[in-house]
Write a protein that binds this ligand. Structure first.
Ligand code: FAD
Ligand code: DHB
Length: 389
């Protein structure tokens, strides 16, 4: 088989890239290790930046998101019993959209199917060949049969544990990493959200986040030990812990119910440089990870897709390699700023095992500065709604 762009990974990055390329008549094949249902069963991000909304619209998949998503003009931040609000629209003119990654992925799969675009599910043994030469190819197995795709370019959209990043020789890449000494235990429950906007909570028992997917679907997280197991947490224990971490007047209004999903995510900051090796381009989690505080994971994946899509379009339509040559630098310039924001917000909101009383005083001082300073709020809002691209 031959295609112009072979996309490894059918998560949001790979699917979005494939559908954007389609709008310009550029052919691609998506290779996904899992089944469609498995990919759609993963509960992940919930907050989308304006830049991602525009890309979804450009890819022709914005209609349901605009209809069913919820615009949020601001967010709440609490510490102990104190709570204050940051108004994104006042400071930046831009809201964010609450619409789950699961729904984004579903819309992209539906569009891909409707347009007859190829997605191969259940692929195994994906291997990248000759990415440093002019004629790369990808091999894989499906139902025990060996297959080969020849292509012009390979987009490595296969997440943190994929093969793409590891296909770049170690001497040709540099990795930067910070692992945080805790995780997030998250649950999804068919209950009305405790508040109409998100609440990020710093408490002496650790971080908590009250989020949502719609009027009757809530997403809550509590900071837990890095070694914790989901089985250690009954629903009752989760709700009790959450209530202790948010201001009591908010906790009083919390509607609890059975969880329909429960999982633990580790927290990590990670960047690999460069994001290109020959004709292989890394996109999204394959190249970088942020801790989830501030919801930048999916949104940084989207800005990579934007830069790569523009580069590929420039190449095919104008025979100009400038966009591809500058892809890595452009993407990384934005990613490092999102890394900084996610690191800063994580450092501000969590309880660290080795935190001293001085460190805690610094967190409180910073929270109060954020509460009282319009300039600090503007800087936070600018980052939260997403830096331009
Ligand atoms: P992925 O979504 O990881 O997609 C990669 C795809 O490639 C997967 O479908 C995978 O099955 C496939 N794949 C992997 N290896 C291969 C292979 N060898 N061959 C073929 N296919 C392969 N972000 C937020 O903003 N907010 C959150 O609350 C949030 N929560 C998260 C919770 C968890 C547990 C995780 C892991 C991430 C979370 N993120 C969150 C981050 C966000 O979900 C990711 O940034 C986003 O999914 C990145 O999209 P992606 O397409 O680059 O990678
Ligand atoms: C969600 C996750 C986040 O990491 C975040 O900062 C906001 C919302 C969520 O899953 O809803």
């Amino acid at each position: 088989m031959r295609t112009q762009v072979c996309i490894i990974g059918g998560g949001p990055s790979g699917l979005l890239l494939s559908q954007l390329l389609r709008t310009r008549g550029i052919d691609s094949i998506v290779l996904e290790r899992q089944t469609r249902d498995y990919v759609l069963g993963r509960i992940r991000a919930g907050v989308l930046e304006e830049g991602l909304l525009r890309l979804l619209e450009e890819a022709g998949v914005g209609r349901r998101m605009r209809k069913e998503g919820f615009e949020h003009a601001g967010t709440l931040i609490s510490y102990g019993e104190e709570m204050f609000r940051i108004d994104f629209v006042e400071h930046t003119g831009t809201p964010v959209m609450v619409y789950g990654q699961t729904e984004v992925t579903r819309d992209l799969y539906d569009a891909r199917e409707a347009s007859g675009g190829a997605v191969e599910f259940n692929v195994g043994n994906v291997a990248i060949h000759d990415a440093d030469l002019d004629n790369p190819h990808v091999t894989y197995t499906v139902e025990g049969m060996e297959r080969r795709i020849d292509c012009d370019f390979i987009a490595g959209c296969d997440g943190f544990h994929g093969v793409s990043r590891r296909s770049i020789p170690e001497e040709a890449r540099r990795e930067y990493e910070k692992v945080y000494p805790f995780g997030w235990l998250g649950i999804l429950s068919e209950t009305p959200p405790v508040n109409h906007e998100l609440i990020y909570a710093n408490s002496e028992r650790g971080f908590a986040l009250c989020s949502m997917r719609n009027e009757n679907l809530s997403r809550y997280y509590v900071q837990c030990s890095a070694h914790d197991k989901v089985e250690n947490w009954s629903d009752d224990e989760f709700w009790t812990e959450l209530k202790r971490r948010i201001p009591s007047h908010v906790a009083e209004g919390l509607v609890t119910g059975p969880s329909i999903e429960k999982s633990i995510a580790p927290l990590r900051s990670f960047v690999t440089e460069p994001m290109r090796w020959g004709r292989l381009f890394l996109c999204g989690d394959a190249a970088h990870i942020v801790p989830p505080t501030g919801a930048k994971g999916l949104n940084t994946a989207a800005s990579d897709v934007h830069y790569l899509f523009r580069g590929l379009t420039q190449f095919y339509e104008l025979n100009d390699e400038e966009g591809l040559d500058r892809y890595s630098n452009r993407a990384l310039a934005r990613i490092w700023k999102a890394e900084r924001f996610s690191w800063w917000f994580s450092s501000l909101m969590h309880r660290f095992p080795d935190q001293s009383e001085f460190d805690h005083k610094m967190q409180v001082a910073e929270l109060e500065f954020l509460r009282d300073s319009k300039a600090a709020q503007k800087a936070m809002a600018e980052n939260y709604v997403g830096l331009p691209y």
